[in-house]
Every structure is written in structure tokens, then in C-alpha cells.
Write a protein that binds this ligand. Structure first.
Ligand code: UT7
Length: 327
């Protein structure tokens, strides 16, 4: 089997910060509640004229800056997002245009907070079959456009941002295992209302209402912990790696307490989990790749390390990969 891995990473976080203190002025909440219940201190807000594609393009350029693979040699652009600029064109096509990847095909993947690993695993298959040599995988979300800013149950949790990875053949290590799973039976736990797609034509006025995120936080929490711990266990087993030998685990950043419980359940020291939720909150699909990018930059992941990526999101969808770091 061909070895396929991440050869470059990038990220983009909008400049504007929204702190817990700022949120205290918007809804009945407190820094103390948000910090103790979630671990979030602040999050980034994209400018009103900054679309998901703008975030994704900036993250893509950041990844390409340090990439041994140049834009003209990218043959697939896959973007994970559930907040695309519009139904079409896809964000992926806008990224393809911006970076000048003229030989590439491009499409979006919708798997909520698990999107990056779904997109990365899809890209890996195209490379494994020999259909393409190099792929660009981007995850970007602008959740602040779909949050109800009067709902304290959700508005304190999310932020905007994007991350990107270049995938190619590697001589050492690479992605050792993939695990993707869905539980559509629990789809009602998190969604966007009103559901624009199903709004009938004769209720056109309803369309004017902005869609916003609703979720059953407690039930999601109860699903996320065993779901993510199990995903790490299965991915590690598929890779033939003992979880105790993982140098770092990079999880989806939804809640610091979820991460602590996953660490306990998976039997991995929490110190090995990379956490940046305090800075960005939950950036949906972008969370895990932005965290991975920072973990590598901060020297928490080095060449030869075996690491796990693990995610969980609305759908419900979960995923995990074991990677032997290649650079
Ligand atoms: O990204 C993938 C999908 N998302 C997740 O995985 C999220 C999973 N869920 C969670 O992270 C947590 O359930 C939350 C952070 C969303 C909520 O934390 P919780 O500890 O489960 O709180 P809760 O919903 O049980 O609410 C406890 C109390 C309630 O008040 P009462 O009924 O006990 O009086 C809430 O009304 O906290 C209240 N509350 C707040 N208080 C201050 C809820 N939100 C806030 C808030 N500030 N922002």
C-alpha cells in the first residue's frame, strides 16, 4: 500500500475577538459559567464581508506557503463546510480558482464538526487509487452567521475560522488508519432551523427568517464522549497501535469537559490531548485541523510521532485517524 500523509498545514483565524466579557453584555451569561462548563475564553468573528470561502482561501494559501507540493500540482480540492457562501458554486471551486489549481476537480463535503476528517479520508482514497497524486483538503466554517445571538445555550460556543492540509505520498509514516461512522438515528440532536431546503414554495415568507443552530447539548455530550473514545480505540486497533504509544491526540474542540471525559474513557493521559478551545471556541469542521496545525507549530507533534485525530458532530457523525507524522 502507498504511504499517504499530510505534507503541509495552514490556518486562518479572523482578527476580531469576541470575549466572554463581550457575551455578558449580549445574553444572561458569565465568564465563570462559560469557562467552567466549556473551557472557552474567547472566539473569533469573521468580518461581515468575509465569507467562508475567504476564510478557506486564506487557510489554503497558508498551507501552500510551506508545502512541497505547489498549487498547480494539486489535482483535488475538497472543502469541508456546513456554512458555504451559498448552495453553489461550492466553496471548493472558489478555493480552486483562487489558488490556481487548474488541473483539480473540486467539491464540498458536509459532515458538520467531523467534516475535516471525512474530507481528508475521501482525499486519501483518491490518492490511494492513483486517481490523483496530490490533494488539498480545507475545512472552514462561519458559524457566527447561523447562531441565534439571543440564545445563550448556543451563542457562547461557536466561532469562525479555517484550516487546510496538503495530502500527498510520503516516504515515512503517513495516515495509518481511518475510521468513519454515522448515527443518523440521533440526527434530531443538533440542526439548523428553519430548514430552508424543506420550506415549501408557498411558505416563501418563512424563507426570510434566518436559519439558526439548535441543539440538545446534554444528550450530545452523552453521545460525544463514548463516540469519540470508541473512534480512537477502533482507529488505533486498525493501525495496530497501542493507545498508550500515542504521542498526541488532537480532538474536535467542542467542550473541554468532553475532551477530559474522552481522555479518561480512552485511557490516554489528558496531557497528551492538544487543546486550543480557550482561544477559538468550537469552529466546527475547522476545529481539528486548526488544532493540528498549532500542535505541529508548537512542537507538540514531531516527525515519527504516532498521533490520533478524533472528531464528533451533528448528524451524528464521528471519525478518527491514526497518523505517523512525516515531517
Ligand atoms: O460540536 C459538536 C456538537 N456539540 C457538542 O458536542 C456540545 C455538547 N454539549 C455541551 O458541550 C454542553 O452540554 C453545553 C456546553 C452545551 C452545556 O453545558 P451543560 O453543563 O450540559 O449545561 P446545561 O445545558 O445542562 O445547562 C445547565 C444550566 C441550565 O440552567 P438550569 O436549567 O440548571 O437553571 C442552563 O439554562 O446552565 C444554564 N445555561 C447557561 N447559564 C449561563 C445554559 N447556557 C448558559 C450560559 N450561561 N451560556
Amino acid at each position: 500500500m502507498k504511504k499517504i500523509g499530510i505534507v503541509a498545514l495552514g490556518r486562518y483565524l479572523p482578527a476580531q475577538k469576541l470575549t466572554n466579557a463581550d457575551l455578558e453584555k449580549l445574553v444572561d451569561t458569565s465568564d465563570e459559567w462559560i469557562m467552567t462548563r466549556t473551557g472557552i475564553k474567547e472566539r473569533r468573528i469573521a468580518a461581515s464581508d468575509e465569507k467562508t470561502s475567504d476564510l478557506a482561501i486564506k487557510a489554503a494559501f497558508d498551507a501552500l506557503k510551506n508545502s512541497p507540493v505547489k498549487a498547480e500540482d494539486i489535482e483535488a480540492v475538497i472543502v469541508a463546510t456546513t456554512t458555504p457562501d451559498s448552495g453553489f458554486p461550492s466553496v471548493a471551486c472558489l478555493v480552486q480558482k483562487a489558488i490556481g489549481a487548474k488541473k483539480a476537480f473540486a467539491f464540498d463535503v458536509a459532515a458538520a464538526c467531523s467534516g475535516f476528517l471525512y474530507a481528508m479520508t475521501t482525499a486519501k482514497q483518491f490518492i490511494a487509487t492513483g486517481m490523483v497524486k496530490n490533494a488539498l483538503v480545507v475545512a472552514g466554517d462561519k458559524f457566527t452567521t447561523i447562531v441565534d445571538w439571543k440564545d445563550r445555550n448556543t451563542c457562547v460556543l461557536f466561532g469562525d475560522g479555517a484550516g487546510a492540509a496538503v495530502l500527498s505520498s510520503v516516504t515515512q509514516g503517513g495516515i495509518l488508519s481511518d475510521y468513519l461512522i454515522a448515527e443518523g438515528d440521533s440526527a434530531e440532536l443538533m440542526g439548523i432551523v428553519p430548514d430552508k431546503v424543506r420550506t415549501p414554495f408557498d411558505q416563501g415568507l418563512e424563507m426570510a427568517k434566518l436559519p439558526y443552530v439548535v441543539m440538545n447539548g446534554q444528550d450530545l455530550f452523552k453521545k460525544a464522549v463514548p463516540g469519540m473514545a470508541e473512534a480512537v480505540r477502533i482507529a488505533a486497533e486498525k493501525a495496530g497501535v497501542n493507545v498508550h504509544d500515542l504521542a498526541c491526540v488532537v480532538p474536535h474542540q467542542a467542550n473541554d469537559r468532553i475532551i477530559a471525559s474522552v481522555a479518561k474513557r480512552a485511557g490516554v493521559d489528558k496531557e497528551k490531548f492538544f487543546i486550543n478551545i480557550h482561544k477559538y471556541g468550537n469552529i466546527s469542521a475547522a476545529s481539528v485541523v486548526v488544532a493540528l496545525c498549532e500542535a505541529v507549530e508548537e512542537g507538540r507533534i514531531k516527525k515519527g510521532d504516532k498521533i490520533a485525530l478524533v472528531v464528533f458532530g451533528a448528524g451524528l457523525v464521528a471519525a478518527a485517524n491514526i497518523i505517523e507524522w512525516s515531517y
